[in-house]
Design a protein around this ligand. Structure first.
Ligand SMILES: NC(=O)c1ccc[n+]([C@@H]2O[C@H](COP(=O)([O-])OP(=O)(O)OC[C@H]3O[C@@H](n4cnc5c(N)ncnc54)[C@H](OP(=O)(O)O)[C@@H]3O)[C@@H](O)[C@H]2O)c1
Length: 324
């Protein structure tokens, strides 16, 4: 029988791209996508007719438990901080005959860093090989830490094999029903609205990133390993934490490229950038400092050790697509 994969966030940016990549490679796999509404479901099946729908949300305990029971692999690609979803999925996986695997799409925002001031670079790069113990020991004040810890503890309690994949900023045009993420498109919208681009402070903060098709490929790889003999090459369980990144840029490089491209297209008058304080930027968007003024530097050494290499174009090369 074809492997059965249950994915939450099927209508989302990364979840949709996962479906596209997975079916492109394994068209025979049975994918069951959780969507909140019938309308979202219709959009999804008109694009991917072989996908089966599970209608519900992350609090729909019955749906999550029943689908997880039947699955070989569950991918949680909706809201990673939703604790009930993790608990329900684990209940289902542990009570199913297949005793499937759990892959949580988390994030690297736990290492956001403005200790040298907004717009200033930090030197610390969090490496998931060298710094694994520190990363696993992050306390609950760090973003996504509570949910990451719950994945490990519920996995241990229920005997479910788990892995966490944590990307930084994701960029690029997705092929699912949601084509764009928030970070850079929101920035371009703000540039357009105020008629000019901006940087936070000197804009020298560094941000790791990964293309949406690359992060989807990473999730496909993890699912394939789960389906291989004895869980394949991935380390599952309490040390199953993997960053996924393809490189880094300063925000200045990124915002300058967006402003140049927008000015070239006549969307704003000049490619010059204003220098905003954190307070000024946060008045434009409440998450401005976190999204565009903080360092988020990670190194996916564990994934690279599995010979994974990014294949997609870089963040700056793809800016033009976003503005089309
Ligand atoms: N995008 C990034 O740059 C980035 C970077 C690092 C980590 N992440 C993490 O990756 C995960 C997915 O991100 P994304 O960019 O793909 O987000 P997205 O485009 O907003 O997709 C989220 C998906 O989850 C669904 N969803 C959210 N809350 C739900 C709930 N309570 N019940 C049922 N479905 C729910 C949404 O359904 P609807 O379509 O109905 O809203 C949507 O399908 C998130 O946890 C995010 O924190 C994202």
């Amino acid at each position: 029988m074809a492997p059965r994969i249950f994915i939450t966030g099927a209508s989302g940016y990364v979840g949709g791209q996962f479906i596209s990549n997975m079916l492109g490679k394994h068209p025979e796999y049975q994918i069951i996508g959780l969507v909140r509404t019938k309308e979202q479901g219709e959009k999804l099946t008109s694009k991917y007719p072989s996908v089966q729908l599970a209608i519900g949300d992350l609090d729909s305990s019955e749906v999550l438990v029943e689908q997880s029971k039947l699955a070989d692999v569950v991918i949680q690609a909706a809201d990673c901080d939703h604790l009930n979803a993790i608990t329900f999925i684990m209940q289902g996986l542990s009570s199913g005959q297949k005793h499937g695997f759990f892959i949580q799409l988390s994030g690297a925002a736990s290492v956001l860093d403005i200790s040298n001031g907004v717009g200033q670079p930090s030197t610390k790069v969090w490496d998931d090989l060298v710094d694994l113990d520190d990363i696993l020991g992050f306390d609950e004040t760090r973003m996504h830490s509570t949910s990451d810890k719950l994945v490990f503890s519920e996995g241990k309690k229920h005997g479910v094999r788990t892995a966490i994949v944590a990307p930084p900023m994701i960029y690029g045009k997705g092929e699912g029903i949601k084509e764009w993420s928030m970070g850079l498109p929101w920035l371009a919208e703000l540039f357009k609205k105020r008629g000019k681009g901006f940087k936070l402070g000197k804009g020298k903060t560094l941000v790791s990133h990964i293309h949406v098709r690359d992060i989807a490929d990473v999730l496909v790889y993890f699912a394939e390993q789960a389906l291989g003999a004895d869980g394949g090459r991935v380390e599952w369980g309490e040390r199953g934490f993997y960053y996924a990144e393809a490189g880094e840029n300063t925000y200045l490089d990124i915002v300058a490229a967006i402003a140049r491209e927008m000015a070239g297209k006549g969307m704003i008058e000049t490619a010059e950038l204003d220098e905003l304080t954190s307070e000024e930027a946060n008045r434009l968007h409440v998450w401005a400092t976190a999204m565009w003024g903080s360092n988020m530097r990670i190194r996916a050494s564990r994934l690279r050790g599995l010979e994974w290499v990014p294949k997609q174009p870089g963040a700056i090369e793809t800016v033009f697509e976003m503005l089309e």
